[in-house]
Ligand binder design. Sequence first.
Ligand SMILES: C[S@@+](CC[C@H](N)C(=O)[O-])C[C@H]1O[C@@H](n2cnc3c(N)ncnc32)[C@H](O)[C@@H]1O
Length: 231
Amino acid sequence: MGTPQGNHGAVAPQWFPGATTPGQGGDFRPLRALGARGLLQLAATTSLAAYAVWAAVLMPGFRRVPLRLQVPYVPSNAQQVANVMGLLRERTGKTADLGSGDGRLVIAAYKQGLRPAVGYELNPWLLWLARYRARRAGYEGKVSFLKQDLWKANLSDCYNVIVFLAPSVKDPLAAKLLAELPDEARVVAGRFPFPSWTPSSTMGQGLEQAWAYDMKEVRRTARSSTDGCTL
Ligand SMILES: C[S@@+](CC[C@H](N)C(=O)[O-])C[C@H]1O[C@@H](n2cnc3c(N)ncnc32)[C@H](O)[C@@H]1O
């Protein structure tokens, strides 16, 4: 006598009347029993539930932001923060993180002497978390987290701008930064570089890599490539 191994002698659990176990190649009666209409309803309900989670938990506050400009929350890891801060060493002046998440980069910037340090964020949960982290670090009232759409923020007085955003928004973002930032500003991009800009320096490897762009140089290169086209 022993315990039956595998399915020898064992009856497959009937999780739906008359069904074979799914994944065994038998007919999949629960889905059949649902019928086309039931399947459609199931798909619609699942999509609605997924959208509700997306809208309420992951992307609340984003209703007015066009879908193509929405970037979900993925926090920088410790090495990415270190690389960004390395590229901002010895800099001064107003520093902004566009899409500041839980505030780790803004807090790190302030610690490094970059002041004022400001984060723009639309997700209220993340704003709450960022302010909580700032309070715990003893920086309440010293760093700012603004509930503002980064696409509508006026960046003309920013000298250091951090962007940890998706490649899909890099082109419109490059246009905004070119139009608004002073010549002395430096932009540091984490994880994804600006495809049409030449970096002045970089730090790290792979997913941890960050790139620094000096606006004066970016503008000069952009001008000379336009001149080259017209010659
Ligand atoms: C990839 S995460 C980076 C978070 C943080 N900078 C970090 O590196 O840990 C991008 C963040 O941008 C925020 N975000 C996306 N679009 C935004 C918008 N239009 N205005 C303000 N924040 C935005 C998201 O909520 C998310 O927290």
